[in-house]
Design a protein around this ligand. Structure first.
Ligand code: M6R
Length: 611
């Protein structure tokens, strides 16, 4: 993870870098630093958030036209001033920031120690920087050449940006496995982990690929591969407005993103659920429809919330398309020796499109000949680019670390894929297709209705905020929502929570139930309604506190539960898009009433670009 920003051009670099880092804090926020070229190299860094660095530099001369900045999510070495990036080389002439992990840094460090190097930090980054400096002085070459030679020895993932005080308006950048975008201005260039730091200055960007190296000057961008061959930069136009990455009057990004869902789901469905032809139009599916409908098996790989979307997709695809589906944690899948048979289709789900485990998992599967279908939010991201085909979720930038609107957009896309394959394959009859088509069309308005419970959910949050543990239970299509609810609560409120299939509770977790334990039932009306009513009774009989998410007007559960949160009625297959809304709001408000930083929960980062 970590966020990186760079600038070279006529503007003041420091304020631009600070503003960019604030937008990238979702990627990590345990320490921050900048390196500026101004008649010499100046490095300023500090443990804490970007605002802490900014405050410490009030009154300090930070004038410069070229600089780099970093916001960190620690991998090697605890969060501290000395482990913060940028790191300066032994000579003090080079500075570097890094996003990723250098796996063979111990070996490189050993070699450098034998040559007399000492280190000020515990980071792999300082090792790589000094390794580059050592090569530069041994080979008497320029920085670009030294970086190229060094990277041939490096095992791991990186985006690095380097400054050399002897080459005062140049930034050297290289990428493998972590994202890097270069923005092209008039006589200036911007660098970032994503495009957010450069949005107000340019819409023209180049996504740097793995094993590429960029030499960036105010009026020049040279792109090369590690073999020193020049490449033609592929310039793309950004379709993203500044307003989309600002809070827009909400107290937190998470709340803004929760409330955006009627619109983001609508945007996701728009143009795909075609009312005129009563069909689902998805070019990514259409192009590979034969492979998809004849797939002997679908394997879904993802992490975290995206994995929960995948789990729900398993239920839906098996039901509507009659294709066996397996849902895999990408981090496990990549290290197993999975059996991938001819014709198997891999669906990779990722908001960021940069999650390292998901990325490597699909690389492995692709090597074995599988078709990769990407369900990705960030346009142009690594997973989107490596996928054979796919569909974007079009949820817009998600800044809050806890995933909310990206999840409902993933569900919307996955439902549409299942509808399309099911109808083409003939496993989904026209009347159920029509029903689900209309139900999906109605979902954005129903989400807006569900959001009206916000104030009520805030009161429920206040009532249960001091609980030490929560249990989340659901059955069938609502089981993945129980898991997602528990994950949201853990992330945002630091309260231990477990999600379970409601019936499985009797096989262990029921031992936890006493009058202190809140149990959240995701219990909208579906084919398992009577069963979940029995499960609620089992909890009540043991004095547990029941918070039930129910379909509007469900008087039976209302009479049993301690608290209920109502959502509009919907077909059981699409109802999870509604039952997940109270899960998000409950976690959000518990975090808020506990006074926690819900947009930047401790120890987390938005995109996990390290394994
Ligand atoms: O960007 P991705 O969807 O690949 O990210 C996967 C997980 O890291 C992510 O969903 C994580 O679990 C979120 N913090 C959940 O809120």
């Amino acid at each position: 993870m970590c966020g990186i920003v760079g600038y070279t051009g006529p503007r003041e670099a420091y304020p631009l870098i600070i503003k960019g880092l604030k937008r990238l804090e979702y990627r990590g926020y345990d320490s921050t630093g900048v390196a500026l070229l101004n008649g010499g190299l100046k490095v300023h860094k500090k443990k804490g958030k970007v605002a802490d660095l900014e405050e410490s530099l009030v009154g300090v001369n930070v004038h410069a036209h070229t600089g780099i900045g970093h916001t960190r999510w620690a991998t090697h070495g605890e969060p501290s001033d000395r482990n913060a990036h940028p790191h300066a080389s032994a000579s003090g002439k080079l500075a570097m920031i890094h996003n990723g992990i250098i796996e063979n840094y111990t070996q490189l460090k050993g070699e450098l120690i034998k040559k007399g190097y000492t280190f000020k930090s515990d980071t792999d980054t300082e090792v790589l920087l000094n390794f580059i400096e050592e090569i530069k002085s041994n080979n008497n070459c320029n920085l670009e050449e030294a970086v190229r030679i060094a990277l041939k020895r490096v095992v791991g993932a990186y985006v690095i940006l380097l400054l050399d005080q002897d080459d005062p308006d140049t930034i050297i950048a290289a990428r493998k496995g972590s994202p890097l975008v270069i923005g092209i201005g008039k006589g200036e260039h911007f660098l970032g982990s994503d495009a957010s730091p450069m949005l107000e200055y340019t819409k023209e960007v180049v996504y740097v690929n793995d094993y590429e190296l960029a030499i960036v000057r105010p009026d020049e961008l040279i792109l090369k591969n590690l073999g020193n061959e020049k490449l033609t930069p592929y310039v793309q136009k950004l379709d993203l407005e500044l307003a989309a990455i600002e809070k827009g009057g909400y107290e937190h990004f998470m709340l803004k993103e929760i409330f955006e869902q009627p619109q983001t789901v609508y945007d996701c469905l728009r143009g795909r659920l075609d009312a005129a032809s009563n069909t689902v139009i998805m070019s990514g599916v259409q192009k590979h429809i034969d492979a998809l409908k004849n797939a002997p098996r679908v394997i879904i790989v993802a992490c975290g919330t995206s994995w929960h979307a995948g789990l729900l997709a398993e239920y839906v695809i098996e039901e509507l398309c009659r294709i066996p589906v397996e849902v895999e944690y990408a981090s496990e899948f990549r290290y197993r020796n999975p059996v991938i048979n001819k014709g198997d289709v891999i669906i990779a789900i990722s908001q960021s499109g940069e999650t390292a485990d998901t990325l490597v998992a699909i690389e492995r599967a692709k090597e074995q000949g599988a078709i990769i279908f990407g369900v990705v939010n960030v346009v142009g991201s690594s997973i989107a680019r490596i996928s054979t085909t796919g569909s974007y979720t079009h949820a817009g930038p998600e800044i809050g670390v806890a995933s909310t609107k990206a999840f409902t957009a993933q569900l919307a896309v996955l439902y549409m894929i299942a509808l399309k394959i099911g109808v083409e394959k003939g496993t989904l009859d026209q009347s159920l297709f029509n029903k689900l088509f209309n139900e999906l069309n109605a979902i954005p308005d129903k989400i807006a209705e569900a959001l009206k419970q916000s104030e009520h959910i805030k009161k429920v949050a206040e009532k249960y905020k001091d609980a030490k543990d929560f249990l989340y239970l659901g059955r069938g299509y609502n089981f993945p929502i129980a898991l997602e609810g528990a994950l949201k609560l853990k992330e945002i409120s630091y309260i231990h929570a477990e999600g379970y299939p409601a019936a499985e509770m009797k096989h262990g977790p029921i031992a936890l139930v006493d009058d202190q334990l809140p149990v959240v039932f995701v219990a909208t009306k579906d084919s398992y309604h009577e069963k979940i009513v029995s499960n609620i009774q089992e909890i009540k009989a043991r004095k547990g506190k029941v918070i039930a998410v129910i379909t509007e007007g469900d008087e039976l559960i209302k009479s049993m539960a301690d608290d209920v949160i109502e959502v509009p009625e919907a077909h059981e297959i699409v109802a999870p898009m509604l039952s997940t809304i109270p899960m998000q709001l409950l976690a959000y408000y518990i975090g808020v009433v506990k006074g926690l930083d819900v947009d930047k929960p401790r120890n987390l980062a938005k995109s996990v670009t390290v394994e």
